[in-house]
Write a protein that binds this ligand. Structure first.
Ligand code: PRP
Ligand code: URA
Length: 209
């Protein structure tokens, strides 16, 4: 069973409070999502393997470490996942970026895939699927299925806010996938929105409604 990591760093929790607030406008919301995504990426990449190398400083040769070859692939789920990409790229500029386009049918709440374009050699990369919201889990489970169907073998899922139902769904569908979230909320309302959540992440990021 994949592990669920609730990232409790004070900066993440502090900024998430402002992201949730209904009084936070689009500009600030977008900036905060980027900042939290960057902080979460810092936590998620804690266990990246290092190899020893050396560099010549102005004084002497220093034995140092760098991250081992395998590059990361970020895969935002369109559209709200896009809001997290630049924050992560600030920290990991060499990561490649793929995209999975999914929308949630408003009646059935089932995800519908409309786009998928991934970096080459996806099977050799550590893939991080990113989406701010893990609600019923349908979209995240489908996004992970989409990247696996194209060859990905090492996949993590990173979301800002999750409902317990979504966590359970992804764990059942993809027991090999670890899930990283900033918060697990109470549950879902009748419209499939996370309670208390933060509302519609895509609309708040892009100013649509
Ligand atoms: C939101 C969100 C997730 C999905 C979560 O996207 O960004 O992708 O809902 O819900 P689920 O866990 O119940 O599947 P939405 O479908 O609203 O599309 P958007 O990003 O284009 O706004
Ligand atoms: N999608 C969102 O944007 N917010 C929710 O609470 C659930 C799904």
């Amino acid at each position: 069973m994949g592990q669920v990591h609730v990232l409790s760093h004070p900066l993440i929790q502090h900024k998430l409070s402002y992201i949730r607030s209904e009084t936070t406008g689009t500009k600030e919301f977008r900036e905060l999502v980027q900042e939290v995504a960057m902080l979460m990426a810092y936590e998620i990449t804690r266990d990246l393997p290092l190899i020893e190398t050396s560099v010549k400083t102005p004084v002497a040769l220093a034995k140092t470490k760098v991250i081992e070859g395998k590059t990361l692939a970020l895969v935002p789920v369109l559209r709200a996942g896009l809001g997290m990409v630049d924050g992560i790229l600030n920290l990991i500029p060499n990561a490649k970026v793929g995209h999975v386009g999914l929308y949630r049918d408003p009646d059935s709440l089932m995800p519908v895939e409309y786009y998928c374009k991934l970096p080459q050699h996806i099977e050799e990369r550590d893939v991080i699927v990113v989406d701010p919201m893990l609600a019923t889990g349908g979209s995240a489970a489908a996004a992970v299925s989409a990247v696996k169907a194209r060859g990905a073998v090492s996949v993590k899922l990173m979301c800002l806010v999750a409902a317990p139902e979504g966590v359970e769904k992804v764990q059942k569908a993809h027991p090999d996938v670890d899930i990283y979230v900033a918060a697990i909320d109470e549950g879902l309302n009748d419209h499939g929105y996370i309670v208390p959540g933060l509302g519609d992440a895509g609309d708040r990021l892009f100013g649509t409604r």
